[in-house]
Design a protein around this ligand. Structure first.
Ligand code: HSE
Length: 411
């Protein structure tokens, strides 16, 4: 018999409400005892006595044995989650930014206090990827994981490509539908996808990397010329996080827009849908597809974690224990497309090989091979000069797999 979970819920936004709707329709051994919210003046559909603005009413309540944390504030979320873990409560969280920034600390707290923190909903909403990476791919050599991890930017790209909708209108729609973050820069700048990548990589490779070490270039500087370029080549542009094992000592990660062709799974993943592609040594390529944002899809992943806690499920972080030598590196060569205005930027990026260079009126682009570290060093210059960079392995006919440097150095 599973134990009864008495939940203290933090946050009643899109996901909190979605979770509540789902729990209400199910006959589970679960009770939401109290909900902590920030804004008491907001109109709620539930009885007022269920809500409080005092976090300690949940954290100090001995009746509550499980905390579900679904709030927006990174530091407050860390405070709640770490306090709960230290006081013997199991926790479910969907705060990807908080989890990515504090992942090592949270792993240590779980080990120290014997409590469990689950966060399936933090990566790709409804797609069950964390437990799969942790459990199912336990003995598989994972060559790479990539996909579409941010629904809002995918929504904007799809609206632009399929319906010619302009960027600002599409972003407004994504905000109205509740997909976008409070600060949408996190979505369109590739930060949100990066946080999710860092979390997924910890379970795929056992490597816990601080997000600031990982490149994220977003879609803010996307221009009609870039979409036109993609259309002419029958390609689409997607915002793609990649984690790839280069050899048995090095793993690289980055988030970049990517040109994808019609034969790639990603090509048909549109709007708020997310996907994960796993390239494994024996299973070969696999594809997970589902809604990455929205109250009910994300709430379903939160509920799955809550249900797992009824049986005291814990991530074991097995790969972190077993793999001693795998380390993160940015020393890898990538084939990129760069549309630019500032000629000096091309010099600064130190292309190792230029495949194609084009100049007509205001539209200037170059494709070729550069080192990922050079992109990181020039990240601000790229965004400030309105340049657009995309990862473009099919444009030069060299795949990422063959582009990995044999002599990669660990940074
Ligand atoms: N803002 C996120 C997205 C929500 O658009 O994917 C889900 O994590």
């Amino acid at each position: 018999m599973s134990k009864k979970l008495k939940i203290g819920l933090f946050g009643f936004g899109v996901v909190g409400q979605g979770l509540y709707d789902i729990i209400r329709t199910k006959n589970l051994n679960i009770e939401i005892v109290k909900i902590a919210i920030k804004d008491p003046t907001k109109k709620r559909t539930l009885p007022p006595e269920l809500f409080t603005t005092d976090k300690d009413e949940l954290l100090n309540n001995p009746e509550i044995n499980t905390i579900v944390e679904l709030i927006n504030d990174t530091e407050a979320a860390y405070d709640i989650v770490s306090t709960a873990l230290k006081t013997g409560r199991n926790v479910v969280s969907a705060s990807k930014k908080m989890l990515a920034i504090y992942l090592q600390e949270l792993i240590d707290l779980q080990h120290q206090y014997g409590t469990s923190l689950l966060y399936e909903a933090s990566v790709c909403g409804s797609i069950p990827i964390i437990r799969n990476l942790e459990e199912y791919y336990d003995n598989e050599l994972l060559h790479s994981i990539s996909g579409i991890f941010n629904g809002s930017s995918n929504y904007i790209l799809s609206k632009g490509y399929n319906e010619n909708m302009d960027y600002d209108t599409a972003l407004k729609l994504a905000q109205d539908l509740g997909f976008a973050e409070t600060d949408p820069t996190l979505d369109v700048g590739g930060f949100d996808a990066k946080y999710k990548l860092v979390i997924a990589a910890a379970h795929a490779y056992g490597v816990v990397v601080k997000p600031e070490k990982v490149l994220n270039v977003g879609i803010q500087n996307l221009h009609a010329n870039d979409l036109q370029y993609a259309r002419e080549k029958k390609l689409k542009i997607k915002l793609v996080p990649v984690a790839k094992e280069l050899d048995d000592q090095h793993v690289t990660m980055f988030v970049l827009p990517k040109f994808v062709n019609e034969h790639e799974f990603l090509y048909n993943v549109d709007y708020e849908y997310n996907c994960v592609t796993v390239q494994a040594a024996f299973a070969d390529q696999q594809f997970f597809y589902g809604k990455g944002a929205g109250g009910h899809p994300t709430g379903s992943a939160v509920l799955s974690d809550i249900a797992a806690l009824r049986y005291d499920y814990q991530y074991e972080y097995k790969k972190a224990h077993n793999k001693k030598d795998l380390r993160f590196t940015n020393n890898v060569e990538l084939n990129i497309y760069l549309r630019y205005e500032d000629d000096d930027l091309v010099e600064a990026l130190q292309f190792e090989y230029i495949h194609e260079r084009f100049y007509s009126g205001n539209y200037k682009f170059v494709t070729g091979k550069i080192n990922l570290q050079n992109l990181i060093d020039n990240q601000h210059r790229i965004s400030n000069s309105k340049a657009f960079v995309a990862f473009a392995n099919q444009l030069t006919g060299v795949s990422l797999a063959t582009a990995a440097k044999q002599t990669a150095e660990v940074l």
